[in-house]
Design a protein around this ligand. Structure first.
Ligand code: FAD
Ligand code: MLT
Ligand code: ZN
Length: 470
């Protein structure tokens, strides 16, 4: 047994330092794109224990990979294959530390599953709006590490906008207590925003203070059939004007994405599936009453039908019906995974340019690979598409990926750049996009990022090879 393992066991107890048995749940990424091998999986139960682990690893020159729920989609939270990295799982740090009703804040530990944070907020009479398809497994620390987005961003912002303060263990094993619930604090560089979205490369987030909101009196969901992406963007404009701040969700789903849901989850009902090229899911959250929300929604949808930007629409009659519609949307990722290997692109484009981007990228892809299938869906309300590429029907998935992954990424990301977009909207860079970043970020921006990494983590031990090459 190595000296480091013995010291980690002395610090945490034998049961919390795993080196044998099936460590697959920690070593395999969610999409099964990569499998690593950890020197050990360590499971600290407190901030002091995280700090002790980091100090011991720093002294031994051993790299650390922080991991929450392991639902990340860019291979950022698993160890590499060397068997030399410590996998630091935050799962045992799962306490809600405090709710401050007057300050509208919740302070929770990094290993809290997102759904449990939502539930704690709800039990106290508040809304915690961060909402992702993976919310039953992903953790607050992972959400902040990746600056997660999800389906409520157009109204409430992404994880960064919801975060007021952090507690972080630095790469040297010091604890920065930045758990302020302040909405105003201009005392120099913003350390919080540096750690949010840093994907475990600058330190370990151990707790966070997050914003809460009043619960709306009513929340309604509608599904609209739309003829093309231009119409979806026109409908978004109508929804902004008609609903104002009550518009809390606006998701678009292409016909092929929905056909995969029907194929792999035949029990789910997809409205207007045969008749429309795109489905749009709209959510309206109202602080007055359900009747008020329904009236606003009906006016909006009538106008959309008159204008021709929707060809059909239905408003959910009950919470159960609304949940069913959301379930269809949230099932696309799984349906797509079940269909076989695919090339994922989590991109953002200014909303106004999305129709032209889609036309251009689709044309180029079909010219390069006749028969290729597009799984195009996403958070249109905030300009974030999941513009995914699935092999032509009947093609061998692994062979397709070997031949096409790099050229397809280049084609899509170059088109994203032409339209002023970003090659990672909400999933992060991880390992999967690390080679692409230098082509799509300016040398000045990359130089500043390297300087920050060097200043905070001069030994290069925090999640090496993610975001930036070592
Ligand atoms: P992990 O996968 O464990 O880690 C992700 C990254 O964060 C890694 O780089 C890791 O090192 C780092 N990290 C984890 N914990 C910490 C910590 N405490 N301190 C520092 N760094 C840390 N993402 C979206 O943004 N929007 C979506 O709508 C969305 N939907 C999804 C739906 C499905 C079905 C799935 C499988 C994934 C989805 N995701 C989505 C991606 C994923 O759920 C998010 O990226 C999530 O925020 C990751 O949380 P996690 O706890 O699983 O993090
Ligand atoms: C989503 O919006 O469903 C997620 O970001 C997951 C995905 O991109 O597949
Ligand atoms: Zn998404």
């Amino acid at each position: 047994m190595s000296e480091l393992i013995a010291k980690l066991r002395a610090a945490l107890g034998d049961a919390q330092v795993l080196t044998e048995g099936d460590l697959g749940a920690w070593e395999q990424d969610w999409r099964r794109r990569s499998r690593g091998k950890a020197l050990a999986v360590v499971r600290p139960g407190s901030t002091a224990e995280v700090a002790a682990v980091v100090r011991l690893c720093a002294a031994a020159g051993t790299a650390i990979v922080p991991q929450g729920g392991n639902t990340g989609l860019v291979v950022g939270g698993i160890p590499d294959a060397s068997g030399t990295q410590v996998l630091l799982s935050l799962g045992r740090m799962n306490r809600v530390r405090a709710i401050d009703p007057a300050n509208l804040t919740i302070t929770a530990e990094a290993g809290c599953v997102l759904q449990s944070v939502q539930q704690a907020a709800q039990a106290a009479g508040f809304l915690f709006p961060l909402s992702l398809g993976s919310e039953g497994s992903c953790t607050l620390g992972g959400n902040l590490g990746t600056n997660a987005g999800g389906t409520q961003v157009l109204r409430y912002g992404n994880a960064r906008e919801l975060c007021l303060g952090l507690e972080v263990v630095t790469p040297q094993g010091e604890v920065w207590d930045g758990l302020s619930g302040l909405r105003k604090d201009n005392t120099g560089y913003d350390l919080r925003d540096l750690f949010v979205g840093s994907e475990g490369t600058l330190g370990v987030i151990t707790a966070a203070t997050m914003k809460l909101f009043p619960q709306p009196a009513a929340s309604l969901t509608a599904w609209a059939a739309v003829p093309d992406m231009e119409s979806a963007v026109a409908l978004l404009g109508l929804a902004h004007r008609g609903l104002g701040a009550s518009l809390t969700g606006f998701e678009v789903m292409g016909r092929f994405s929905l056909s995969l849901v029907r194929k792999h989850f035949p029990q789910l009902r997809v409205p207007f599936a045969d008749s429309s090229p795109f489905g749009v899911l709209l959510e309206c959250s109202d602080h007055e009453s359900e009747a008020h929300a329904r009236a606003q929604f009906e006016r909006l949808l009538e106008r959309a039908l008159e204008d021709g930007c929707a060809t059909d629409a239905v408003v959910a009659e009950s919470l159960a019906q609304a949940a069913e519609l959301w379930h269809v949307r949230e099932s696309i990722t799984l349906a797509q995974a079940q269909e076989g290997l695919n090339i994922k692109h989590d991109i953002s484009i200014p909303v106004s340019s999305i129709p032209a981007f889609c036309r251009s990228a689709e044309e180029r892809l079909l010219r390069a690979i006749p028969g290729v299938r597009l799984v195009n869906f996403g958070h249109l309300g905030d300009g974030n598409l999941h513009f995914n590429v699935q092999a032509p029907a009947g093609a061998d998935g692994p062979a397709f990926l070997r031949e096409w992954e790099d050229p397809v990424n280049t084609l899509v990301y170059d088109t994203v750049q032409e339209f002023g977009g970003s090659i990672s909207a909400e999933h992060g860079v991880g390992s999967l996009k690390v080679d692409k970043l230098p082509h799509h970020k300016s040398p000045v921006a990359l130089g500043l990022m390297r300087a920050i990494k060097q200043a905070l983590d001069p030994q290069g031990l925090m999640n090496p090879g993610r975001v930036l090459h070592p």
